[in-house]
Design a protein around this ligand. Structure first.
Ligand code: YXS
Length: 259
């Protein structure tokens, strides 16, 4: 596992994203290594996992690997997409996952962070929800992750502007748990992890699953789901979707025409 590092100290496991040249873009390979690490920690009956990037990272994760977004008419965020699998794995992991954020979090990486149970960030950290910047149709469960993390009005501002918001604002609107100075965040996070690890793991594990099931219990009729999927197809079949990806690869601003 060369794109991450994995360490374990008593009941606390730490996964560090470590592909800085690509700003920890969530490629198939990086996600596979995170999933493998989570599997090892689950087998070791780990009581808390800390998911982080190296200290003083300018970018915690640049989100989905844009080079891996399909352009052949397939849903770019379908069930089997590695980002989707990672979000589900974090949500169903048997113990709490704490996201320790230091740097910019972009696109689908914001959803990965929001899928974590507790989020602790440095003041320099930012969060940017970017589908509109690339012309991507975000998927249904992903939008529910955002809606579970902040009010609808905040989600709309994040989604429509695609602008980064600060950790301070994210905390103010209840999207993250704590903003802690860079010099103190490691000790603060480890202290919280130790507190959780000293509590009853079965009770915590069941409460985590109860909260997941209850938070996800939202009515969506089959007809409603099919309508949303049809609307998403219009987007990922659009010229704007291809323009968004091409513009990123050509390092230029995209020009969207709404077609
Ligand atoms: O030019 P080289 O080969 O060195 O590669 C550059 C970037 O192309 C690459 N890179 C990425 N490659 C694939 N997927 C990415 N998401 C990605 N982000 C970056 O990493 C190398 C260094 O990037 P560079 O030169 O731009 O670094 P920088 O320090 O000037 O700028 C850092 C960022 C993060 C501000 C910048 O890289 C950036 O804006 N990245 C894209 C962030 C983004 O829009 N992410 C959303 C990805 S799509 C996604 O998550 C969902 C599908 S959705 O959009 O729906 O939420």
């Amino acid at each position: 596992m060369d794109l991450i590092t994995l360490s374990q100290d008593a009941h606390v496991g730490t996964i560090t994203l470590n592909n800085s040249p690509k700003h920890n873009a969530l490629s198939h390979l990086l996600v596979a290594q995170i999933m493998e690490a989570l599997k090892q920690l689950e087998l070791a009956k780990t009581r808390v996992v800390i998911l982080r990037a190296p200290e003083n990272s300018k970018v915690w994760s640049a989100g989905h690997d844009i080079g891996e977004l399909p352009e052949d008419g397939r849903d770019p965020l379908g069930w089997a997409d590695p980002l989707r699998e990672l979000v589900r794995t974090i949500e169903t992991f048997s113990a709490p996952v704490i996201a320790l954020i230091d740097g910019g979090v972009w696109g689908g990486a914001v959803e990965v962070v929001l899928a974590c149970d507790i989020i602790i960030a440095t003041p320099e950290s930012t969060f940017a929800v970017t589908p509109a910047k690339l012309g991507v149709p975000y998927n249904v469960s992903g939008m529910m992750t955002f809606m579970s993390a902040a009010s609808l009005r905040i989600v709309k501002e994040l989604a429509f502007t695609a602008l980064p918001i600060s950790a301070t604002r994210a905390e103010h609107v209840g999207m993250i748990n704590h903003v802690i100075e860079s010099a103190d965040i490691d000790a603060f996070t480890r202290a919280m992890a130790a507190t959780i690890a000293a509590n009853a793991p079965l009770s915590i594990s069941v409460m985590k699953e109860q909260l997941r099931v209850l938070a996800g219990a939202k009515p969506l009729t089959p007809r409603g789901f099919e309508k949303v999927q049809g609307l998403r197809r219009v987007v990922y079949d659009s010229l704007d979707y291809h323009e968004g990806i091409r513009a990123f690869k050509e390092k230029r601003k995209p020009v969207f025409n709404g077609t």
